[in-house]
Each structure stands twice: as C-alpha cells, then as structure tokens.
Design a protein around this ligand. Structure first.
Ligand code: ZN
Length: 306
C-alpha cells in the first residue's frame, strides 16, 4: 500500500514538473514577440498639445517588464503581464518610476568636436543622461571616444541623418539605406557595438517616405515638444526661459550641442528641473515608461500621459 502511495506521489510530482517546464517554455517564447509596425498600419502622431487626450486603459495594456529594446512588446492576450517571464516574480522595477514626472533632454547635430565633450562633463556633474541625435558625416575616428563616453554614461545615441538633409528629398528605400548606413557608422564606433532605433529627421521634415524608411530600418521617428530655438537665439537666458515656461511631464526638449550658450543653459536648467521634481531620462526610457513600447515607423513628440 505504501509503495502504491509513493508511486502515485511520484507520478503527481512528475506531472507538476512537466507542466512547470511547459509553462516556463511558454513564458520564455510565447509571451514575447519582436514586431515592427506593419506596412500600411496607421501612423500615430502624438500631436503637440498641452493636454494629450487620455487613452482608454484597455487600448494600451501596460508593458511592464519590457527590457528596453525598442521592439519588445507583450502579447496582448498573455494574462501574465505583470510577472517576470524568467522568475515568475512581480516585474522588477528596472525602468524609472513611471509615476514620477519625467522629461528627456535631446541634442542634435553632433558629435561636435568643440562642445559635445564639455556637455558630457556637465551631464556627468549633475548625474543625468541625455539623448544625442548624431550625424554620420560628423563621426570620425578621432571622436569615436565621444560616442563611447555617451554610452558609458548611459546616454542614448539616436540618428539625425547620414547628412543634414531633409528625409523628404529621398524615397523610402533611400531613407532606409541612409539610416542603416548611419546605424552601422555608430555601431562601429562603439566597443561591443550599438544599434540605434531612434531617428530625428533634420528640420523635423517628414512624409510617407520618411516613415517608410524609418520603419524598414527598424527605427521610430522622434520629434520634440519643447523647441528651445537655441540655434537661433544663442542666448543663455532666452534658452532657459523657454524651457522653464514650456516644460511639462513627458516633454522632449530640443537642443543642439554646438553652442556655448546651450551648454550654459543646460548647466543652469538641470538643477532647476530636478527641483521641480522631474526625472531626466533618455528618450526610450521616457516613451516606454508610458507602457507603450516604441513602434518602428511611428512618430513621437513627447510621452503620452495615459
Ligand atoms: Zn539638426
């Protein structure tokens, strides 16, 4: 009788183990998918309005547990969203607290041999990251160390372009090729490689060809919600004033790392922004903290507050 009981218990244990393995396999393979925005899918333009329209919670299932890759999205039918797929534990809080107000500082047109390193010094002094949208034709062997330092400081590198030309001049295929060549240029500059999934179109110029190129090259298009006009005014006080007036939770702020006045303004603004309670994060951190993973070919101007 004892042997029968023991045998039964062993069979039950084996069954439990097998179903556990199956569940683990499902969690590892079935609940995570890499997707790019499908051809013809509607492009979501997050319009630059002071109060973004709230989106029904059901339309945007929270992507807790996303690990930071732009294409990682949760299967919407997976009922185990809030659970870490590897451990079964509640999702670890790797991302910045999504409930805190946050913004992203962004810098275009670099790397600049005069100012980018000095800007990195300022960011390091204040202990905050930023996102740099770089030009392939500004990257040279003698400034690979600047890009490397960005990555080492947990900054994000995005693509501004192969050159500073409007993407609207080119076909979808040409845009994809120019983005991919810039991706490669950045990748080869960084120890261990670095594939950027963000593109900021020069002048903010966009059309279907720009979107198609970005989608094919597996990148999202990033605009801005606060334009400091630093290139135009080159006036520290005016740059600071614009940001203080226009910044709000979810802002993406546009600067250019090629003016002394911009660096002075940033040095003054970071402590002020922190005093206002803002977390300064990268663009990907900002956008993914809303629970909506970045989608390739789509256009983002700020974090949509849901
Ligand atoms: Zn530019």
């Amino acid at each position: 009788m004892k042997r029968i009981v023991l045998l039964s218990l062993s069979l039950i244990l084996c069954g439990l183990l097998l179903s556990g393995c199956a569940l683990q396999t499902f969690l590892e393979t079935g609940s995570w998918t890499r997707t790019a925005a499908a051809e013809g899918q509607d492009v979501i333009e997050f319009l630059n309005t002071p109060e973004p329209e709230p989106t029904p919670a059901s339309a945007n299932p929270p992507a807790q547990g996303a690990t930071g890759t732009a294409a990682t999205v949760l299967d919407p039918v997976d009922p185990l969203d809030p659970v870490d797929p590897m451990t079964g534990d509640p999702t670890p809080d790797e991302q910045p607290d999504p409930n805190r107000p946050m913004i992203a500082l962004t810098f275009d047109d670099g790397p600049n041999n005069t100012y980018t390193m000095a800007l990195l010094d300022i960011l390091e002094k204040h202990g905050v990251p930023a996102t740099f949208f770089v030009l392939a034709n500004a990257i040279h062997e003698d400034n690979h160390n600047v890009l490397q330092r960005m990555v080492d400081m947990d900054c994000e590198i995005g693509i501004h372009g192969w050159t500073h030309e409007r993407m609207t001049k080119y076909s979808g295929g040409e845009n994809a090729d120019r983005i991919q060549r810039t991706q490669q240029e950045i990748d080869e500059s960084i120890e261990g490689g670095y594939i950027s999934h963000l593109v900021r179109p020069p002048y903010g110029s966009m059309n279907d060809n720009a979107r198609a190129g970005a989608r094919y090259a597996e990148t999202a298009l990033i605009l801005w919600s606060v334009d400091t006009l630093d290139w135009k005014t080159q006036n520290t006080e005016k740059i600071v004033k614009v940001v203080k007036k226009e910044v709000e939770n979810g802002s993406i702020i546009l600067f250019h790392d090629r003016f002394r006045t911009t660096l002075e303004a940033v040095d003054e603004l970071i402590p002020w922004l922190q005093e206002q309670g803002y977390d300064l994060v990268t663009v990907t951190e900002l956008l993914e903290s809303s629970g909506q993973p970045l989608e390739y070919g789509k256009v983002y101007r700020y974090k949509k507050i849901v």
